[in-house]
Design a protein around this ligand. Structure first.
Ligand code: 13P
Length: 245
């Protein structure tokens, strides 16, 4: 399957910085590339390099109405978003999103034709306690419960160990391989067509380690934070995913 590399800009950027960054982006053949930008910049991104897909970083679980401050999935679709990140660990940890909210957000996105990139992953304590797949299973279960096994195969998953995010310390290749295989096996057991689910890895993916991570057969792409803000680095990562190193 074609790998997907999605840049998560997080709460970074300005009109000027974004346009400088976009000038340095050219989507290589053989990989799908997306940028998930802060809501106000969805308008600016209507003009973007050829082949670059657009995404957002969060979405409301509600359809429309009196929900001050929320942004609906239909609005994202209106701006041409193909993807939306749902359940990022920063939203879970800092904004109180629980598994059920994440499930409902994924459902809202799907209903509007926007593909949710559902983030799952363990904290360091949970890893040390040997509970990695137990935690991820619980996170996934809340999503499959609202979507059903069939729709689940259309979702993109991102394995993002919390301890690897923004820490400069990526998970080891062997750890990534083990968890990705575990997720696929978990999906299979739930009756999901697991072979068609793209499972991205995220957490300190850099120009230097991208090729090694993408060489893991179970890794179908990456969710890139800090390095997606530097055009050269992001392009190196995209080329690594395309197999052109
Ligand atoms: P970093 O690549 O900065 O570690 O962030 C990863 C991430 O959270 C992507 O969603």
């Amino acid at each position: 399957m074609t790998r997907l590399v999605a840049g998560n800009w997080k709460m970074n950027g300005s009109l000027a910085a974004n346009s400088a960054l976009l000038e340095g982006l050219a989507v290589p053949v053989g990989v799908e590339v997306a940028v998930c930008v802060p809501f106000p910049y969805l308008a600016q991104l209507q003009q973007r390099p050829a082949g670059l897909a657009l995404g957002a970083q969060d979405v409301s679980e509600f359809e429309s109405g009196a929900y001050t401050g929320e942004v609906s999935a239909a609005m994202l679709a209106d701006f041409g978003c193909r993807y939306v990140i749902v359940g990022h660990s920063e939203r879970r940890a800092l904004f109180g999103e629980d598994d059920e909210v994440v499930g409902r957000k994924a459902r809202a996105a799907m209903a509007a034709g926007v593909v949710p990139i559902v983030c799952v992953g363990e904290t360091l304590t949970e890893r040390d306690e040997g509970r990695v797949m137990q935690v991820i299973g619980r996170q996934l279960e809340a999503v499959i419960k609202v979507l059903g096994a069939q729709a689940m195969s259309a979702v993109v998953l991102a394995y993002e160990p919390v301890w690897a995010i923004g820490s400069g310390r990526s998970a080891e290749v062997a750890q990534v391989a083990e968890v990705h295989a575990g997720i696929r096996e978990w999906l299979r057991r739930q009756g999901v067509a697991a072979g068609s689910v793209r499972i991205l890895y995220g957490g300190s993916v850099k120009a230097e380690n991208a090729a090694a991570l993408f060489a893991v057969p179970e890794v179908d792409g990456g969710l890139i934070g800090g390095a997606s803000l530097v055009a050269r680095d992001f392009m190196t990562i995209c080329r690594a995913a395309a197999g052109v190193v």
